[in-house]
Design a protein around this ligand. Structure first.
Ligand code: FES
Ligand SMILES: [Fe+2]
Length: 388
């Protein structure tokens, strides 16, 4: 299906806006178009709280890491007082990146002409600038970027006028209070390259329809779609979520041993897995003994980087058998992630065909419909939500 001239004409999306049982899937070109992707960057990624991994990346004063998200380089660092900060990684002289890589420092010295910035972003030293009329150091600090944390996770927002992270997440922190995410350590991150659009991976992460096929030898053996009922749960915040009830851990293969359940869990969280997708694209899964995240970094319409992070209660790290048991979880995650990546890469190849057309949704895909409509609410000028 070829890309139309006016991509954002609401008429292209009328069928996506219908109620689930009458709806069609997104037009195939939303997963391949450069122009649609640019609109997502402008209207979504530049405006929302984006997940940037675990606070363990910069544990101590002076620690920094140079990151990049949708083409925006920025520095995440901890100042002398231990406060987490973020700055645009763009020198105020002639624009070079100021910080490269990661490390521990007292200041950032631009690698081009040597302008120096403190850990609070202030321009502290320059060379030979005395003849430059009206030039004042205080006018040329690194531009700050909003940064906040929840549950040991870092979020940044490129919009200086954004709502608070607390308001963005709504009741999610309350729902996950008994998991005590802030008392967990991020014990491993693993990176994967996806040859598909970020939306395909997100849609996959929040539907159970594919589990019996794609994960027939892994997840389906432990938590099958028929036994566990991946039910949509209420969400009052910028996320959607499922809860599924099951025995054992969602994060292990059938016969593998693991850690005991998280002692602080309460109510239903002792008996299953709560798996929110924080819009636009961060998947968290919180099961009885561990939590994991899937962080997506879109690299264009058909390429995405995926970072998987494993989190366990800090007390587990003191066990002599920690590495041995944790390896069972890593094995399960690596296997199921590859199953999903292969599925998404096949889907991208099929969807890029001129013969691809919109399809229809199964009742097991309500969140695909919800996610797609959340995106359309932001990229289109005039929402035409037939659901009211
Ligand atoms: S570009 Fe940074 S000092 Fe010149
Ligand atoms: Fe999957």
């Amino acid at each position: 299906m070829n890309e139309p001239i006016n991509l954002f004409d609401p008429k292209h999306f009328e069928a996506v806006r219908r109620p689930l049982d009458e709806a069609e899937t997104m037009p195939p070109w939303v997963y391949t178009s450069d122009e649609f992707y640019r609109r997502e960057v402008d209207r979504i990624f530049m405006k929302v709280w984006n997940f940037m991994g675990h606070v363990d990346q910069v544990p101590n004063p002076g620690d920094y890491v140079a990151l990049e998200f949708v083409g925006v380089p920025f520095i995440l660092c901890r100042d002398e007082n231990g406060k987490l900060r973020a700055f645009a990684n763009t020198c105020r002289h002639r624009g070079s990146k100021v910080a490269i890589g990661s490390g521990n420092t007292k200041e950032f010295m631009c690698p081009y002409h040597g302008w120096c910035y403190g850990l609070n972003g202030a321009l502290t030293a320059t060379v030979d600038m005395n003849d430059t009329k009206g030039f004042k150091h205080e006018d040329y600090g690194l531009r700050p970027i909003k940064v906040d944390t929840w549950g040991g996770f870092v979020f940044v927002n490129f919009d200086p006028d954004c709502e608070s992270l607390q308001s963005y997440l709504g009741d999610l922190p309350d729902n996950l209070a008994s998991h005590r995410l802030e008392d967990m350590a991020n014990t491993r991150v693993a990176e994967f390259e996806l040859n598909h659009n970020w939306k395909l991976f997100v849609e996959n992460a929040k539907e159970s329809y594919h589990i019996a096929v794609v994960h027939r030898d892994t997840i389906d053996q432990v938590v099958s779609v028929h036994s566990a009922d991946y039910a949509v749960s209420d969400s009052a915040g910028q996320y959607c979520t499922t809860f599924c009830t099951h025995d054992g851990s969602m994060a292990l293969l059938k016969t593998d041993p693991g850690f005991p359940a998280i002692e602080s869990l309460e109510g239903r969280y002792r008996k299953g897995t709560y798996a929110p997708m924080i819009y636009p694209m961060t998947y968290l899964a919180c099961t009885v003994d561990t939590a994991w995240f899937l962080q997506l970094l879109p690299m264009g319409p058909s390429r995405t980087k995926l970072i998987h992070g494993a989190c366990f209660p800090k007390s587990r790290l003191e066990r002599p058998d920690f590495e041995e048991l944790a390896a069972n979880y890593y094995k399960r995650w690596d296997r199921t992630i590859m199953e999903d990546i292969v599925a998404g890469d096949h889907q991208q190849a099929g969807i890029a065909s001129p013969f691809a057309l919109p399809g229809r949704l199964c009742f097991r895909e309500p969140l695909v419909h919800e996610i797609d409509n959340w995106i359309l609410d932001r990229v289109l000028d005039e929402p035409t939500n037939a659901n009211g």
